[in-house]
Write a protein that binds this ligand. Structure first.
Ligand code: RUQ
Ligand code: CUA
Length: 663
């Protein structure tokens, strides 16, 4: 034990000392022509969309590249008062889970949908790490369209990673835990007996992206970290990195760093599909939420599911194989040809590159080193193509340029290293000025990368920007990788901690049929008012429904009286505009949630429970015309039981006699 603790401290000391050696001459890092390379003139469009995870902010942000300009923040797993997401009655169900309404999560990875191994510009998927979920964002609207919760999982880190035709989005649990239908009330130190891993295969409907958990694979209890699909020749396979094969349940920084090698798990998902068809899956009771936003009713619904089909990898012997991989692997990346699988051991001094052909041969020859809890372990040498020697310290993630090069991030030595996949020689290295995490080459996870830029997303910030109190700006760095030497051309700050990001050529997304507005006559919202004539106020017991419209520059109605203490008021605001980019906002004094931001043709609802008698102004929050400041109104609140009649009006200097009969 003494020895182990010593080696543990030695490793930590190594980390700390490298961390501390910040590059000294940061000013000279950017050459004179760099600014021109990242410059996008005012009014000109960027070449790429970059979808960046927001980490603990729970959202995703969209940047233009090469400018690094922030174009949009897409709320996914966290409420967002800027857009009313999670606050409006229509979007609240999106954040429902089997636990309850969960307004926050930790979003680590983004994954663009693909056709034939190339980005198709339809959807971008994202994972919730804490309360395991996968979301689908529609790239016609840049909005979260669907969220599915993952049963039998905890810490959904190895997620969401897609197959070449988005047949599946795959998610591996970080924490192994007792399955949902097993007794979880067991001593924590019974990990080895009671804790299991689960990998979810979420099917994606090609027509509309609809998600469903097709099956899960049950594995021994380990931590799954990251994953990549096989592509081209290895299509039909999936590769996951796993650590804590020691199955420790405490002080993992020591106890899960014991073994020399952990595993990459190779999964034959085509085989799993066959077993599923043959009825080899077990239907298991559980509970998980499935939330869908309907674009014609402008309303999300949340449905609770109670069953999932599980294939047991220790019984169905030929769907999962373990490949030894040094040491606590993090990234597990597959090159554009599908032949090379790169494992990045955080504590390893080399990078192993596995060969898909050799893995297939090893399986055929049964070149196994026994098994790990019922899963065959392929001999390291039998799967290995070769090792990159002395590449750097703390390898994390690898991307590819499609020209035979791989790019690996090194957290400890703070650099990006370019190496040749065939001869495994280091070709170039460039400092990152931060402790770097993920990398992104546009299309770097596809058959056809677009190898002009590389972006490094940084973990531990150093002082590259003006200080902002105890917390410094999170950051990304952009490199030009088109030449022989990688060149840093831009730093840009990010929202939340960026983890993985993907980028796509702008044309693919710009021309995907972007939605400019919701057609008013296709609005099927239950409480839509499709013209001012339809605007009204209706009392149903203590619920008051305001069918309100907005158009430049007034609400209808804009005077409401007869609301009483004890009422719940629902403002259903329909934006009657039919021009691109003319949203209206809505806010009322004392509202305990957020504003609404309503797109042209859309209906959104704000629930408001008045807390006192008096006069409450409401107004439009989005500057919509020269008379935006005139876009306002009043609601009068009377005491409970008062006889003030319910009246509403527009343009009347005294209340119009449009009393609506109480129901
Ligand atoms: S990661 S810690 Cu993707 Cu390197 Cu989350
Ligand atoms: Cu509508 Cu400002």
């Amino acid at each position: 034990m003494k020895n182990q603790i010593f080696s543990f401290f030695a490793v930590i000391a190594l980390f700390l000392s490298f961390n501390a050696c910040k590059p000294k001459n940061t000013m000279s890092a950017v050459g004179g022509d760099a600014a021109a390379k990242a410059y996008v003139a005012p009014g000109k469009y960027d070449e790429y969309y970059n979808f960046v995870s927001g980490g603990f902010s729970g959202q995703m942000s969209v940047y233009g590249l090469p400018s690094g300009r922030l174009l949009r923040v897409i709320p996914v797993f966290s409420v967002d008062p800027e857009k009313g997401y999670g606050y409006s009655e229509e979007t609240k169900p999106m954040l429902n889970t089997s636990h309850c309404f969960v307004p926050w999560d930790d979003l680590h990875h983004t994954e663009l949908s693909q056709t034939n191994g190339e980005i198709n510009g339809k959807w971008v998927f994202a994972n919730a790490n804490n309360t395991p979920r996968v979301a689908r964002v529609d790239l016609k609207t840049f909005r979260t369209a669907e969220i599915i919760e993952l049963p039998n999982s905890a810490g959904n880190h190895s997620s969401p990673f897609g197959t070449e035709n988005s047949e599946y989005i795959v998610a591996g649990t970080r924490f192994s835990v007792p399955a949902d239908n097993a007794n979880g009330d067991v001593p924590i130190n019974t990990y080895k007996q009671n804790f299991k891993g689960h990998i979810s295969f979420i099917s994606i409907k090609p027509e509309n992206g609809a998600m469903d958990i097709a099956f899960q694979i049950k594995t021994p209890g380990v931590n799954f970290d990251l994953a990549r699909c096989g592509r081209a020749k290895s299509h039909g396979w999936f590769f996951f990195s796993c650590y804590n094969t020691e199955q420790a349940n405490s002080l993992l920084e020591v106890n899960a760093s014991q073994k020399d090698k952990d595993f990459v798990m190779a999964v034959n998902w085509k085989k799993a599909e066959e077993y599923l068809k043959a009825g080899k899956g077990e239907k298991v009771k559980t509970k998980y939420a499935h939330n869908v936003y309907n674009e014609s009713t402008h309303t999300a619904t949340s449905e609770m599911r109670n069953e999932v089909t599980v294939l047991d990898a220790s019984v169905l012997k030929d769907i999962c194989y373990f490949i030894p991989c040094p040491k606590s692997p993090h990234g597990c990346d597959v090159d554009p040809t599908g032949e090379y699988i790169v494992g990045s051991g955080k504590l390893a001094a080399l990078i192993p590159v596995f060969s898909f052909d050799k893995i297939q041969k090893a399986i055929a020859d049964k070149a196994f080193d026994g098994d790990y809890q019922g899963i065959p372990v392929i001999k390291y040498e039998a799967a290995l193509y070769g090792e990159v020697k002395k590449p750097g310290l703390g390898p994390l993630h690898t991307e590819f340029d499609g020209k035979g090069n791989a790019y690996t991030s090194f957290f400890v030595s703070s650099e990006v290293v370019r190496w040749n996949i065939k001869d495994l020689k280091v070709v170039d290295r460039v400092p990152t000025f931060y402790s770097v995490g993920h990398l992104c080459v546009p299309g770097g996870n596809t058959r056809k990368p677009s190898p002009k830029y590389l972006i490094a997303y940084n973990k531990i910030t150093k002082d590259r920007y003006l200080p902002t109190g105890p917390e410094l700006a999170q950051s990304a760095q952009l490199y030009d990788i088109s030449g022989d030497k990688m060149q840093l051309i831009l730093d840009f700050p990010t929202i939340g901690e960026p983890h993985y990001a993907q980028a796509a050529p702008a044309e693919i997304i710009r021309n995907n049929g972007q939605l400019k507005l919701y057609k008013i006559d296709e609005n099927k919202h239950q409480y839509a008012a499709k013209g001012e004539k339809e605007s009204k106020v209706v009392r149903e017991g203590n619920k008051v429904h305001v069918y309100m419209t907005s158009i430049r520059s007034h609400f209808s109605p804009d005077n409401i009286e007869g609301v009483r203490m004890g009422d719940e008021v629902y403002f259903h605001v329909t934006n009657l505009e039919q021009d691109w980019d003319v949203p209206h906002g809505f806010a009322v004094k004392g509202a305990a949630n957020a504003e609404l931001l309503i797109m042209p043709g859309e209906t959104q609802t704000l629930k408001w429970v008045p807390d006192r008698v008096g006069m409450f102004p409401m107004y439009c929050t989005d500057f919509c015309s020269a008379l935006h400041q005139e876009m306002q109104g009043y609601i009068r609140v009377s005491p409970a039981g008062s006889k003030t009649p319910l009246v509403y009006s527009l343009g009347a200097q005294s209340p119009a006699p449009q009393t609506s009969a109480p129901k």
